[in-house]
Ligand binder design. Structure first.
Ligand SMILES: NC(=O)c1ccc[n+]([C@@H]2O[C@H](COP(=O)([O-])OP(=O)(O)OC[C@H]3O[C@@H](n4cnc5c(N)ncnc54)[C@H](OP(=O)(O)O)[C@@H]3O)[C@@H](O)[C@H]2O)c1
Length: 165
């Protein structure tokens, strides 16, 4: 079971034109703090727009159905894995004894929620509304109970844990 980490506005917006609709330094720090020394999973579209294709001190897994052979220099092959097999994530996590964070975007959040592979959601809720084209599927929050982890003037951070975890 994996943890989703996501930032949304008040109506679940997460992205615009392939990138985040906002720049929030504190939230990026929260992302780093949680995911460091663990495994981060991105959809290909989100990953292609990341300034760093391999995040420092993390194993980056990219989900894609396209052939990506030979795109990675040999020295990076233990830090970046591009695959379309969800079982590979479980395998790496067990082998390396590391936690898995599902880091978006919309298609990837929906995929893991639909497959029942998520036990926790760490959600930064930015106050207000942003213009965007990708959204978190808020309907999945119905089966989880939230706890406020942090409150600030711009956002709060909620932790949703699935019943039984
Ligand atoms: N606010 C946040 O916390 C947050 C976090 C992350 C992303 N975002 C935003 O979300 C937006 C992107 O979301 P998106 O839904 O358009 O794209 P996405 O989820 O990042 O990537 C979609 C791609 O993932 C691959 N994929 C999807 N399902 C797959 C499967 N079952 N097996 C293998 N590969 C699969 C496909 O890649 P191929 O086409 O290569 O096959 C697909 O085109 C961006 O604006 C980004 O900034 C926001």
């Amino acid at each position: 079971m994996y943890t989703i980490i996501v930032a949304t506005d008040n109506r679940g917006c997460i992205g615009k034109d392939g990138v985040l609709p906002w720049h929030n330094k504190e939230d990026l720090q929260w992302f780093k703090q949680n995911t460091e020394n663990n495994i981060v999973v991105f959809g290909r579209k989100t990953w292609e727009n990341l300034p760093n294709k391999i995040l420092p001190n993390r194993i980056t897994v990219v989900l894609s159905n396209q052939p990506w052979f030979d795109v990675m220099p040999m020295q990076d092959q233990d830090k970046l894995i591009i695959t379309n097999k969800l079982e590979e994530i479980e395998y790496i996590s067990k082998k390396l004894q590391k936690k898995v964070f599902i880091c978006g975007g919309e298609q990837i959040y929906k995929l893991f929620l639909r497959e029942n592979l998520v036990s926790k959601i760490l959600m930064t809720q930015l106050y207000g509304y942003y213009s965007g084209d990708t959204f978190f599927p808020l309907e999945y929050l119905r089966f989880a109970k939230p706890k406020v982890v942090c409150e600030s003037s711009d956002f709060n951070i909620l932790e949703y844990t699935r019943h039984g975890y």
